[in-house]
Design a binder for this molecule. Structure first.
Ligand code: SF4
Length: 194
């Protein structure tokens, strides 16, 4: 297990490897790999699908319209962006924002697993169907069936949520996401005090 005071360095070293990774074909299409960012000791982590065009250009996660909506949602849960950690299941942008393939997800998976092992979050929010399927494949349920519910696995509480980008096009999902973030606030109080 990584010691408390080494977390930042170990995470930084991992992110340097991601920036030059060529393990899958997405390396050929990207402008920048987007390892993720936030507090290396975050209690809450958010995992999305993949970087979009703004993220690819800036090398930072959730900085486009979906990111601005995520910032709003964080406030509803009583969270500050700098206290959480935000990343994606694949670290490079798929062409035309297509869903990453299983092969790409598998190639990138060790980086996500390493981030979770280093940061040791108590709660992990899975943003969208691709993150749900990649991290909790055993559930075999759709995001519509499980959003806002808590699932404990390996000592971590996972909460599937609609992806903020998808919700931007579906006003109904925007409201559901807002309600789920209010529920998350209650769950945070429960889990973090325990
Ligand atoms: S998506 Fe992941 S595995 Fe593929 S090149 Fe980027 S960092 Fe490497």
């Amino acid at each position: 297990m990584v010691k408390e005071d080494e977390r930042l360095n170990v995470l930084e070293e991992l992110h340097q490897r991601i920036l030059v990774c060529t393990k899958c074909p997405l390396a050929n299409e990207r402008t920048n790999a987007v390892p993720g960012e936030g507090n290396p000791k975050a209690k809450v982590m958010f995992i999305g699908e993949a970087p979009g065009s703004e993220e690819d250009l800036q090398g930072r996660p959730f900085v486009g319209p979906a990111g601005r909506f995520l910032n709003e949602l964080l406030v509803l849960a009583g969270l500050k962006r700098e206290e959480v950690f935000i990343t994606n299941i694949v670290k490079c942008r798929p062409p035309n924002n297509r869903t990453p393939s299983n092969e790409e997800i598998m190639a990138c998976r060790p980086y996500l697993e390493a981030q979770i092992a280093i940061i040791r979050p108590k709660i992990v929010c899975l943003l969208g169907a691709a993150a749900l399927k990649a991290v909790l494949p055993e559930l075999k349920m759709t995001i519509s069936q499980v959003h806002g519910q808590a699932y404990t696995k390996s000592g971590i509480v996972f909460v599937p949520l609609f992806h903020p980008a998808a919700a931007l096009h579906q006003p109904k999902w925007k409201d559901i996401l807002r309600q789920d973030m209010l529920k998350l606030k209650g769950l945070l109080a429960q889990v973090l005090s325990g």
